[in-house]
Design a protein around this ligand. Structure first.
Ligand code: NAP
Ligand code: ZN
Length: 352
C-alpha cells in the first residue's frame, strides 16, 4: 500500500479539499496509472452532495472522478494488454463478479456485484473505492481501456463516462441514418450525444433551456435546435421522433418529450435527477411509446466506442481546469454553465 494525493469531500456539505488516500500495490492482474486528466461528471456532484441518498447513499470521505486518462507506470506479472508508458483510460467501474449473466453478456454495468470507481466496497484495502480526482489509481486490467493515440487526452477523458453513456443507448435503440433523434440538454452527456447521433447519420434535433448554446449545438452536429421552454417550437415536433435521449440532471417535465415520440418511439433516460419524475400513462399509451433507462456501457462496448472515436476523431469539448477550481466548477455545473465538460489537469495536484 502507498499514499496518493487526492481531492476529497468530508461530508455532503463540505467543499472538496486536498487530502491523502491509500492505494494498493499492483497485484498480478493490476495496472497502475499516473492520472493525467479526469473529467467532472454531474454524477460526481450528485454523489458528493448525497443527492442520490435514497438509492446510493454517499460514503465519506469521498474522492469522486470516473473519467480517467492516465499513463501506465507499472503492471502486474499477469497483465497482457498494457505496459509502462501506455496511455490508458478508466471509467465508472473497476470490478464485477465476471460470472453472472450480465457479465457473461459483456454488460458488467448491470452486474449486481459491480464495483464502482468510487464509493463501492474495496475488497483490497477495506473501506470504499476512491476515484480519479487523484494523482494515481490501481485497477484490474479487465477494467482498463486502450485510448487511441490520435485523440487529445483531455478531450478523451470524458469519453469514459459521458461518451459511453450516450453511445450505448443509441446503439441499443438503433440510431442510424433515416431516424429522427432528439437530444435533451446540452451538457457533458448531451454534447457527446449530439456528436454520436450525427456520426451515426441520424437527423438530430437538440432541446435546450439555454438559448445561448444554439450556435454551439449546430456546430456540434445538430440539424435543428429547439428552445424547450417555447411551447410553439415544441409542438411543431409532436409525434415525430423515433428516439429521444434525455440527459437532464434536474427535475423537468418528461411528458413534454414523450408526446414528441412517434408510434413505438422510445425515450431513454440517462440523466438521473434527485427526485422521481411524473409520467403520464396516457402519453405512453397513445402510440405504444416506451420509456427506458440506460447505465453507462459494458467494457467491450466502451472499447468499441473509444475505437470509433479514434476513427472518427471524436472527443469532448473540454474546459481544462486546475483541481483547485473544482468547487467553483461544481457551482457552474448547477447553472448549466459548462462548455461542455470540465476536465481537471491533474498536474495541478502536485502543488498541494
Ligand atoms: P451537465 O453537464 O450538468 O448537463 C446537464 C444539462 O441538463 C444542462 O447543461 C442543461 O442543458 C440541462 N438542464 C439542467 N437543469 C435543467 C432543468 N432544470 N431543466 C431542463 N434542463 C436542465 O450534466 P452531465 O454530466 O451531462 O450529466 C447529466 C445527467 O446524467 C446527470 O444527472 C448525471 O448524474 C447523469 N449521468 C447518468 C449516467 C448513466 O449511466 N445513466 C452516466 C453519467 C451521468 P441545457 O442548458 O441545454 O438546457
Ligand atoms: Zn459520469
Amino acid at each position: 500500500m502507498y499514499n496518493a494525493k487526492a481531492y476529497s469531500a468530508a461530508s455532503a456539505t463540505s467543499p472538496l479539499a486536498s487530502s491523502t488516500i491509500p492505494r494498493r500495490d499492483p497485484a498480478e492482474r493490476d495496472v497502475q496509472l499516473d492520472i493525467i486528466f479526469c473529467g467532472i461528471c454531474h454524477s460526481d456532484l450528485h454523489y458528493v452532495r448525497d443527492e442520490w441518498n435514497s438509492v446510493m447513499p454517499a460514503v465519506y470521505p469521498c474522492v469522486p472522478g470516473h473519467e480517467i486518462i492516465g499513463r501506465v507506470t507499472k503492471v502486474g506479472s499477469a497483465v497482457t494488454k498494457f505496459k509502462p508508458g501506455d496511455l490508458a483510460g478508466v471509467g465508472c467501474m473497476v470490478d464485477s463478479d465476471h460470472s453472472c449473466p450480465a457479465c457473461q453478456s459483456g454488460l458488467e454495468q448491470y452486474c449486481s456485484n459491480m464495483i464502482l470507481t468510487y464509493g463501492s466496497p474495496d475488497k483490497h484495502l477495506g473501506g470504499v473505492t476512491y476515484g480519479g480526482y487523484s494523482e494515481g489509481i490501481v485497477v484490474d486490467e479487465r477494467f482498463v481501456l486502450r485510448v487511441p493515440s490520435n485523440l487529445d487526452p483531455a478531450g478523451a477523458a470524458p469519453l469514459l463516462c459521458a461518451g459511453i453513456t450516450t453511445y450505448s443507448p443509441m446503439r441499443h435503440w438503433n440510431v442510424a441514418k433515416g431516424k429522427k433523434v432528439g437530444i435533451v440538454g446540452i451538457g457533458g452527456l448531451g454534447h457527446m450525444g449530439i456528436k454520436f447521433a450525427h456520426a451515426f447519420g441520424a437527423h438530430v434535433v437538440v432541446f435546450t433551456t439555454s438559448p445561448g448554446k444554439k450556435e454551439d449545438a449546430l456546430r456540434l452536429g445538430a440539424d435543428e435546435v429547439v428552445i424547450s421552454r417555447n411551447a410553439d417550437e415544441m409542438n411543431k415536433h409532436a409525434g415525430s421522433f423515433d428516439f429521444i435521449l434525455d440527459t437532464v440532471s434536474a427535475n423537468h417535465n418528461i411528458n413534454e418529450y414523450i408526446n414528441l415520440l412517434s408510434r413505438d418511439g422510445n425515450i431513454t433516460l440517462v440523466g438521473a435527477p434527485e427526485k422521481p419524475l411524473d409520467v403520464s400513462a396516457f402519453s405512453l399509451i397513445f402510440g405504444r411509446r416506451s420509456l427506458s433507462g440506460s447505465a453507462i456501457g459494458g467494457i467491450a462496448e466502451t472499447q468499441e466506442m473509444l475505437d470509433f472515436c479514434g476513427e472518427h476523431k471524436i472527443t469532448s469539448d473540454v474546459e481544462v481546469i486546475a483541481i483547485q477550481q473544482v468547487n467553483e466548477a461544481y457551482e457552474r455545473l448547477l447553472k448549466s454553465d459548462v462548455k461542455y465538460r470540465f476536465c481537471i489537469d491533474m498536474a495541478s495536484l502536485k502543488s498541494e
